[in-house]
Structures are given as C-alpha cells and as structure tokens.
Design a binder for this molecule. Structure first.
Ligand code: PSU
Ligand code: MN
Length: 305
C-alpha cells in the first residue's frame, strides 16, 4: 500500500474488486457550509452514493495522512474544528510533513482519488477564473487539475461569483471537455442556466461512461466535467442569487481579501445574504450530483469489465 494513503477497509475492498467508488470532497464540509448542515450534508451524500450501488469515499488529510473514506468521528472533526487547513495541490506535501488536518478542494480531491485508483468524483461546484482575474490573476487550481488528472467530476457547474465565460475559455484551452447531463446549458450552480452552452449533450450515464472510458483507454491526460444542473424545483430565482453574489463580491473587495480566503468568504456571505435559502439549494444540488456520480460509476465499472 501507498505509504501516504490510508484507505478505509470498505473503500479498499471495493477497489480491489473493481466495484464502483465515488470520491467526495471535504472543503465543502470544512469551509463551504456551516455546522451542523455540513455534517448532515456529508452523511446524506454518502448514503445517496450507497443507495445507488457505489461506495462513497470522502477524502481529507488528517494528522498528515491522505484519508480515503472517513469514519463518523473523522467527519465530525472536519466539520467542527477551527483549524482545518484548506488544501489545494500546492499544500499537500507540507500538510503531510507537519501532520496537520486539511480539507481537500476539487483539485486535491482529484489528486488523492487518482492515487487511490478512484475515477469518479461528485462535488457541488468547481473553482474557476474569478471576476477581475485580468488584474488579480485569481484562477482556481481546480482548472489545471482538470487539465491534468484523470478523474471525472460531476458538478452543478460553477457559481457566478466566477467569470463563467473566462472559466470555459480556460478549460477549452487546456483540453477539458464539459458534458451537459440532460442539458445543453452550462449550469450556474443555483440556476440551471448561465447563458453559456456545454460542449456536448448526453442523456444517459452509459454514454458518459463510454466517453470517459475512451479517454482512459487512450491515456489522454486530464479529467472531464459532467455538468448536472440543480433540479428545477430547487432552483433559485436568478435576480435574488445574482444580487447576493454581487453584494458578497463588493464586500470581499472592500475587505481587500485575496487568495484562498476569497471563495470561503463568498460562500458564507451568500448564505447569510439569502438567509439560508441558498444553503438549502446548495444541499439539493450536491445530493443530485452524488446520485448521478454513483450511477455513472456503476456504468463505468461495467464498461471497463
Ligand atoms: N464552489 C462552491 N462550493 C465550494 C467550493 C467551490 O460552490 O465548496 C470549494 C471547492 O472545494 C473548490 C474550492 O475546489 O472551493 C475552490 O477554491 P479556490 O477558488 O480557492 O480554488
Ligand atoms: Mn483562488
């Protein structure tokens, strides 16, 4: 076994037998949602993955170990401690050496999933190119990871705290395909549309699995984005969410925030400004991503066999 990894027995058994596994991230738990909704969400996500025939593998770094599959106590530590480092690609070696606790973003979850041999990952939304990036250079490391690491990410698009147009251009340049699952539109997290289109439309998980397997077989580097819009009944009114996002961004600029603090700040402020209604939508869309990711992982294991 890999010296830095600690894979739970349940996940290890599934991997050994080529059974479907879905990776889940932990920055959403530690920095994306408040306690206790974060724990409730994380537990429900694992349950949904199980109900749909796959094994959940929530990923984090605890005491310097790359953990794949967490116990209830470990999840609680992540969701309640104040000193959980937000870990992206650059941070992993130092968090190991210092034996710290860290939550994994989309980028670092992809890396650890890939080391463990997991191919499918469900999250809420990916990071991207921030508005004003031509001055700040704020481009999430998630995008470079999607360009390099062979893990398929099921998400509800990205929030319009980002510059969605620039995010899509960046992904195109780096060879990352965006497949709309049952939609021709690239979703904007809280809303089913962003004003942008996806690159490909697919309406079965079989087709998703066949295309991702082709990428793996050809050893083409990089992942794939499966854009799965929030279910219609949980979508937020466009103006309400847009106003909260604009206000949150103004506040972050007033505070002079930079770097990795920006995304958690915006998520928290949007939740406060919408009085928790955005958090409820957030939960529903992540659940829907876990569902599709599990179905996709089941198909992928059949295609491979
Ligand atoms: N977008 C969301 N919710 C989240 C995140 C992004 O709607 O929780 C988290 C993810 O873990 C993502 C990270 O990988 O924020 C991106 O952070 P940054 O922008 O600092 O790269
Ligand atoms: Mn950033």
């Amino acid at each position: 076994m890999h010296p830095y990894l600690e894979i739970s027995p349940e996940v290890q058994e599934a991997l050994d037998n080529d059974r479907p596994v879905v990776a889940l991230e932990s920055t959403l738990v530690a920095h994306g949602m408040p306690y206790p909704k974060n724990i409730e969400t994380a537990e429900r996500l694992e349950q949904i993955v199980r109900e749909n025939g796959a094994v959940p593998a929530t990923i984090a770094i605890l005491n310097g170990k790359l953990k794949v599959g967490l116990s209830q106590d470990e999840l609680l530590t992540l969701g309640t401690s104040k000193d959980i480092y937000k870990v992206s690609r650059r941070d992993i070696p130092m968090i190991i050496a210092k034996k710290l606790n860290g939550s994994t973003t989309v980028a670092s979850t992809m890396i650890i999933a890939s080391i463990a041999g997991i191919k499918v990952f469900a999250t809420g939304g990916i990071g991207g190119v921030h508005r004003g990036a031509e001055k700040s250079f704020d481009v999430s490391a998630d995008l470079m990871e999607l360009a390099n690491t062979r893990v398929a990410v099921v998400c509800a698009g990205c929030k319009s705290v980002l510059d969605i147009g620039l995010t899509l251009e960046y992904l195109e340049t780096h060879g990352v395909a965006i497949v709309g699952y049952k939609t021709p539109h690239f979703p904007a997290f809280f809303t089913r549309r962003s004003g942008f289109k996806v690159d490909f439309f697919m309406d079965t998980v079989q087709e998703l699995a066949t295309s991702f397997q082709a990428k793996l077989d050809l050893r083409l580097k990089g992942g794939m984005i499966i854009a799965n819009p929030i279910p219609e009944e949980f979508e937020m009114p466009y103006e309400v969410i847009q106003e909260a996002i604009d206000d949150a961004i103004d506040e972050s600029e007033d505070k002079g925030l930079i770097g990795k603090e920006i995304t958690p700040f915006l998520l928290k402020r949007i939740d406060e400004l919408t009085e928790g209604t955005s958090l409820a939508s957030n939960q529903k869309l992540v659940y829907n991503n876990a569902l599709v990711a599990a179905q996709f992982a089941v198909e992928l294991s059949k295609v491979k066999a």
